[in-house]
Design a protein around this ligand. Sequence first.
Ligand code: ZN
Length: 202
Amino acid sequence: MSQAFPLDRILEAAIFAARKHQGHVRKDDLGSPYITHPLQVARVLWDIGGVRDPQTLIAAILHDTIEDTRTTPAEVREAFGEQVLEVVLEVSDDKSLEKMTRKRLQVEHAPQLSKSARLIKLGDKLVNCRDILENPPSDWTMTRRKNYIQWGADVIAQIRGTNAPLESAFDRMLAEAEIQLSFSIQAFETVENRPWGPSNKK
Ligand code: ZN
């Protein structure tokens, strides 16, 4: 590996995110510490996607800090720079909006994302959908799990052509979900039939 690879910056991001997500747990039944999730996203980018761009990996580790914790954009800018901040903001939902609006906006905005943000989106959806398939929260119904995975498929359909290995891994997860949850993923062309279809503006 190149000597210039800034492992120190990556670890700094991991520590920053771990502190920010302190006390938060994932919705699975294991009660996993939240930080496991952004670290898994960075890991799939590295392992499966072959992503070696430090800014993208750092933004992946920080991707939920602004959305889910009290972290401010200024803090991220100061610690990791403007470029990382911009990518984190690209993948942050506006939590003041209604849930279904946020889902719709993710589908709508996906094609406008930068390359780094697309990679993080791919990693995030892969890890989240896998979690919902393998370790769902106990209070989630079958329908809710299917809808979640269908929504993930709709977002990813908008950014195909970003990273072939990550997209193949996502497709394998979809195929597995279809078998295990016995349903069929609907083609993106039918997205308007779903509650998060871009025309379903509320
Ligand atoms: Zn995430």
